[in-house]
Design a protein around this ligand. Sequence first.
Ligand code: GDP
Length: 195
Amino acid sequence: MTNFNESVWVTTAVKKEQFPESDAIEIVLSGRSNVGKSSCINAICEKKAMAYVGKRPGKTRYLNFFKVNDQLWLVDVPGYGFAQRSQTELKSYGILMEDYFNTRKQCKACLLVIDSRHGLTADDQDMLDYILEKNYPYRIVATKCDKLTYSKKLAIKKELEGLYGADCVILFSALSKEGRVDLQKWCASQIDVTR
Ligand code: GDP
């Protein structure tokens, strides 16, 4: 039994030397800036503000590590698609992401967080292609679904499942908590699946 509400923030890293030591598997959450990743982590972990929920896009430029328990951690990577970044920032962002995905053996599965109102953007598609290429177990988390009608929710689920297979998507809302239990179950299941 995984008690998500016992989760704690471990550390923030701006470079790979700062990645913490751990024997746990990591599930990484990626998505566009401001898509709702922090809110999603807070909801999975049943916390109000463990992951900082920002008001401004692009402010989260670091990796944040959250420990659920000794076997499972969640990792929030910087959001992509933030136009106002300088070339220097974009470069260091690229290096940080490559360092994480290429060297972090603990990284075993991914959650691609997208805005359910917009579907997959070009950036999301690139990220998903990368996830598929790396063969990570994954789920697409279609967040902010509280803003959609029932029929729109069904439509996006059907569209994504048509492209990527049944169960590839979890409709989610940090507001209504729709999808939270499914997401928690999937995360917990990765402990056994990926070991
Ligand atoms: P991040 O930059 O991807 O970590 O995004 P945040 O979690 O900071 O959320 C960005 C904004 O979207 C905030 O104003 C949140 O309150 C809002 N938000 C996040 N998730 C949801 C959701 O499920 N529903 C609604 N309506 N708003 C959300």
